[in-house]
Design a protein around this ligand. Structure first.
Ligand SMILES: Cc1cc2nc3c(=O)[nH]c(=O)nc-3n(C[C@H](O)[C@H](O)[C@H](O)COP(=O)(O)O)c2cc1C
Length: 336
């Protein structure tokens, strides 16, 4: 049976959660550079687009060797296309393939993709996708989903069936599909699920600090962190450091813990600057200067959040077109 230790020595596992428009190769390389024991996941890629070798999707799945262990996340609804994607992932050297069964976007679920796969009417297809993929490749096939469509009543049964069909691990975002991103993530159903499965179970939702990680981890095998990494890949490193020395840090109160592991706005600028510049460099290397820097604008705005004079600086950074323009602005900045 797949054990997470095949991927990483970190226990619990700390995973850069997939985010469309964010977790491209440059973002994942930065996550691995800052937190070398973190596992990274691509943004979701369409199995249909991969099936037709769409140049855009082929660019999306290209990765650098330093990203290992790296998981490809895919979405779709046709078992044969998922199998083709799994074979492609394995041939490319991906360490795992993850099926998106959690995306709540209207255009995604309207075509029975993403979260729609958890609906009763699509249950057979969801299980067929998992079992066909698990039989077709040696790399682990995992599923990322939510606690349920409207409530968590069906979570245990659904995931037990996934496990029976060869799913190697599940990641559960503690919100329902109907909820989207509203309200707080509810981790209780995830702890309950863990008691009922033998495969690794990862929790996800609202980890924004070391103290929130400590309070949410419970009995789980690890966590996926998404929005908490915006402008702050250091959160992954801090969660790993906390996990390695838990007995020492658990003497601290939440306030002391968060003081020990300050979030991005309080991280010294001289520690952040080289990482931000490297992120720009990688973006340009992966996508060319025009597109790379265009896409960097949102990351730059996130990196400088909370800095003195951030508002004026952001206005300039969201207009940069070249690496040297961004570099000059960043180098003229002094932070905490
Ligand atoms: C901009 C954005 C894009 C996302 N794209 C994906 C995706 O491609 N695949 C996926 O499984 N989840 C995706 N998610 C969901 C996140 O991985 C995660 O489950 C969710 O944001 C909750 O975690 P958080 O509270 O740590 O952000 C996305 C979330 C955001 C904010």
């Amino acid at each position: 049976m797949f054990t997470w230790s095949q991927f990483t020595n970190a226990n619990p596992a700390i995973v850069q959660s997939p985010m469309a428009g964010y977790t491209d190769s440059a973002y994942k390389q930065i996550a691995r550079m800052v937190a070398p024991e973190a596992v990274v996941v691509t943004e979701f890629v369409s199995t249909d687009a991969l099936y037709y070798d769409s140049p855009k999707s082929l660019r999306m799945i290209a990765f650098d060797e330093c990203e290992h262990p790296v998981i490809l996340q895919v979405f779709g609804k046709t078992p044969e296309r998922f199998v083709a994607a799994a074979k492609k992932a394995e041939a490319m050297g991906y360490d795992g393939i993850d099926i998106n069964m959690g995306c709540p976007a209207k255009k995604v679920i309207k075509s029975d993709h993403g979260s729609a796969l958890v609906k009763i009417k699509n249950r057979c297809v969801a299980m067929q996708i998992v079992s066909d993929m698990a039989r077709a490749v040696k790399i682990p096939v995992s599923v990322k989903t939510r606690i349920g469509w409207e409530n968590a009543d069906d979570l245990v049964d659904f995931c037990k069936e996934l496990e029976k069909n060869g799913c190697a691990a599940v990641t559960i975002h503690g919100r329902t599909t109907v909820q989207g991103y509203r309200g707080e993530a509810d981790w209780e159903p995830i702890y309950e699920l863990k008691k009922n499965l033998s495969i690794p179970v990862f929790g996800n939702g609202d980890i924004t600090s070391v103290s929130s990680f400590r309070s949410k981890l419970g009995n789980l095998d690890g966590v996926y962190v998404a929005r908490g990494t915006f402008g702050d890949p250091w959160i992954l490193q801090d969660l790993l450091e906390y996990s390695r020395n838990r007995t020492q840090y658990d003497q601290l109160s939440d306030e002391q813990l968060d003081e020990k592991f300050p979030r991005s706005e309080n991280i010294p600028w001289d520690k952040k600057l080289p990482v931000i510049l490297r992120h720009c460099e990688l973006a340009v290397k992966c996508k060319g200067e025009k597109l790379g820097m265009l896409e960097m604008r949102k990351h730059l705005a996130a990196y400088i959040k909370g800095l003195p004079g951030a508002r004026e600086l952001r206005e300039k950074l969201v207009r940069v077109e070249t690496y040297s323009e961004a570099g000059a602005l960043l180098l003229s900045t002094s932070g905490p």
